[in-house]
Each structure stands twice: as structure tokens, then as C-alpha cells.
Write a protein that binds this ligand. Structure first.
Ligand code: F6P
Length: 368
């Protein structure tokens, strides 16, 4: 029996996707494992996420070769070293009410004889996978997002690479901030979850960390900064998550509108804070948004390893016919959860256990 697997990456790219694709392919095509399992697989890559399978006409050969690519062990041999996704990605939503492509997507899968999908994505992409599974498609999910905001798993691919980048960039900022005795506000991504700002801020030893889960008061920030200066600080680093907002205020957005999954375009809180801080303290303040740098470059060692484990586990789930599930990392172990557990809500920072609301930083008492 041979099963044709389609693998795709959807949503924002990040380091860790290519290692996961590589290990899906290597594990599926491993001849020794095939004998043990009494099943053989064929793997094709689907380019540009859901768009690659939903927007094409599978009867036309031109479309197919543009979006569907056969993968083998030789092709993916070096992929674990590379960032981004070699399959490409998109924020295409096949269930967009005004242009629903889900039926075409299912018809294309049948025409292409793809009998199951490995879907590597965050809440939006896996939400589509969940809807498709209710329509009879066999899917297995792999969690990824630098935001680490997926329910059902303690880790999502890309997060540690992004934290590493934040840490390195802040190390770089410290020398120039110190030379000029400036305050730097560093804006991180993360949408409505503060994990990136919190763990990036902790890793880099930042003085103030602002997260979406706890609304800040500008007077408190300024008081903390002046207190630090009085104690001898020459410069300061303030990390602000793009979703952080002032008490009683709103999130800062960089442009009007929403993406295909209804998300607003966050951005600009760093600049807003820098102005408020300079006005309130009289200290020279600059801001920088790390923006897509946080998703760039090659995967850190941890994302290469986790991509490997998640890719292998996805094939394990297919062999065991545990569809409609997502690979998960829980309490130090690779496991799986029903897809349903990962979607519909996001995992945010628990302020009580992780955040110091007086210092606006990570907690200094961790055991309870
Ligand atoms: O979800 C990942 C993420 O990087 C968010 O942190 C950020 O808000 C968003 O994607 C940016 O999306 P885009 O790449 O479409 O600008």
C-alpha cells in the first residue's frame, strides 16, 4: 500500500519550517521503516500554503507543476540549515466567506491523489486544517509560530530562533545606547501574546518588559526609568510587545484593515512609547522595531532539533492513523493532541505566575 502525503507551510514563515519538512520527508521515505510499518509513502510539497492547493485547477498540468513538487531525501538533504520555508507560504484562507475555495481544495486533493496532509502552521493555518478534517480530509498538524501562542503545546517552531535574534539585537543596541546614555524602546512581534517580548526581554536582561497581557501606565514606566538612572544606570532597554497597550487605551496599529484571518495590523507601540518617555523623563529616547528580522535567518539549534522531532512525530501519527491531531511538546515530551485543542483560542502569558506588575518585568519569585 502506498500513501501520498502532501506537506505545506501556512501563515508567517519562521526558522524551523525547513527542518520539519526535511524530517517529514526523510521519515516517510525511510525504506527500513517502510518495511517495519508495512506501508510506503510518497511525499509532495504544496507551495504557498493553502493557496497552492485551493487556488489551482488541478486538471491543468501548468498549475500543478507550479504548486505541487515531488520531494525526496536528496532534495531535502540540507534543508534543516535554512530559515524561512522552501515551500513558500501565504496567509490565504480557503474559507473566506466571499470567496470560499474549500470545495475546490478538496476536489484538487482527490484529483492529485493526495490522501493526507501534514500542515505546518499556527492557529489560522491549523484552524483551516481542522475545518477540512470535518469535511473528511485526513490531516496532521505541526505547531509553528514565533508567537508561541498555540494552545495544546508548550512549544511552537520558530520561537527560540526569534528569542535568540531579539537577544543578539539588544546586545548590539547596548553599546550604542550606552555611548549616548539613551533609552531604547525595542518593539517585538507576538500579536496578542507576550511570550516573545517576555522571554526575549528576560534573555537580554532588559530593564522593562511590556506585554499585551498587562496594560502599562506611562507614569509608572517613567518613574522606573528615573529610579534606575538615580541608581546609576547610564542607559536603558525597554522591550515592548507589539500588542502592549496603555491602561484604558488601545493597541497601536500600523495600518487600517485586517488580513485574511481577521487580524489587525499591529505596529508602532515602540515609537509611541519613545515619545511618551522622552516627554515624561526628559531623557533622550529612541525606538526600534525588530519586525521581520525576528523571523529571518537560519534556525537555531533548538528549532533544528524540534523540527526534526515534530516531523518524525507527524509521520508516526499518520502510520497510526491518528488524524485530525497535532504534534505537541508537553512537559518535556513529544506527544499529540486533537487539533480541536489547538484552535479557537490562544495561549497567553499568565501574569500571576510569569510577570512582575510592579517592576514591569519577569518575576523574581518563580516557585510557588
Ligand atoms: O504570527 C507571526 C507574526 O510574526 C506576528 O508576530 C506578527 O504580528 C505577524 O506575524 C506579522 O505578519 P506579516 O508577516 O503578515 O506582516
Amino acid at each position: 500500500m502506498s500513501i501520498k502525503i502532501g506537506v505545506l507551510t501556512g501563515g508567517g514563515d519562521c526558522p524551523g519550517l525547513n527542518p520539519a519538512i526535511k524530517w517529514v520527508v526523510k521519515t516517510a521515505l525511510d525504506s527500513r521503516l517502510s518495511k517495519e510499518r508495512d506501508v510506503t509513502f510518497e511525499v509532495v510539497g504544496i507551495r504557498e500554503g493553502w493557496r497552492g492547493i485551493a487556488a489551482i485547477d488541478a486538471r491543468s498540468q501548468a498549475d500543478v507543476s507550479q504548486y505541487i513538487v515531488p520531494l525526496d531525501e536528496e532534495i531535502v538533504r540540507t534543508w534543516d540549515r535554512y530559515g524561512g520555508t522552501n515551500l513558500g507560504t501565504s496567509r490565504f484562507n480557503p474559507f473566506t466567506p466571499k470567496d470560499d475555495r474549500s470545495k475546490q481544495l478538496i476536489a484538487n486533493l482527490k484529483l492529485l491523489k493526495i490522501s493526507c496532509l501534514v500542515v505546518i502552521g499556527g492557529e489560522d493555518t491549523l484552524g483551516v486544517a481542522y475545518k477540512l478534517s470535518a469535511m473528511g480530509i485526513k490531516v496532521v498538524g505541526i505547531p509553528k509560530t514565533i508567537d508561541k501562542d498555540l494552545e495544546g503545546t508548550d512549544y511552537t517552531l520558530g520561537f527560540e530562533s526569534a528569542v535568540q535574534i531579539i537577544t543578539e539585537e539588544i546586545d548590539r543596541l547596548r553599546t550604542t545606547a550606552g555611548s549616548h546614555k539613551r533609552i531604547f524602546v525595542v518593539e517585538t512581534m507576538g500579536r496578542n501574546a507576550g511570550w516573545l517580548a517576555l522571554e526575549g526581554g528576560e534573555s537580554s536582561g532588559s530593564y522593562i518588559i511590556l506585554i499585551p497581557e498587562y496594560d502599562f501606565e506611562i507614569d509608572r514606566i517613567n518613574a522606573l526609568l528615573l529610579e534606575g538612572r538615580a541608581k546609576g544606570a547610564r542607559y536603558d532597554i525597554v522591550v515592548a510587545s507589539e500588542g502592549a497597550k496603555p491602561k484604558g487605551g488601545k493597541e497601536v496599529i500600523r495600518k487600517q484593515g485586517q488580513d485574511g484571518f481577521g487580524h489587525v495590523f499591529l505596529g508602532g507601540v515602540g515609537e509611541f512609547l519613545a515619545n511618551e518617555i522622552e516627554r515624561g523623563t526628559g531623557l533622550e529616547t529612541r525606538s526600534i522595531s525588530l519586525s521581520h528580522l525576528q523571523r529571518g535567518g537560519s534556525p537555531c539549534a533548538y528549532d533544528r532539533r524540534m523540527g526534526r522531532y515534530f516531523g518524525i512525530a507527524a509521520i508516526d501519527l499518520i502510520v497510526k492513523e491518528e488524524f485530525n491531531s497535532m504534534v505537541s511538546y508537553r512537559n518535556g515530551r513529544i506527544t499529540a493532541v486533537p487539533l480541536e485543542e489547538a484552535i479557537g483560542k490562544i495561549r497567553i502569558v499568565d501574569v500571576k505566575t510569569h510577570y512582575d506588575t510592579e517592576r514591569y518585568n519577569g518575576r523574581r519569585t518563580l516557585l510557588r
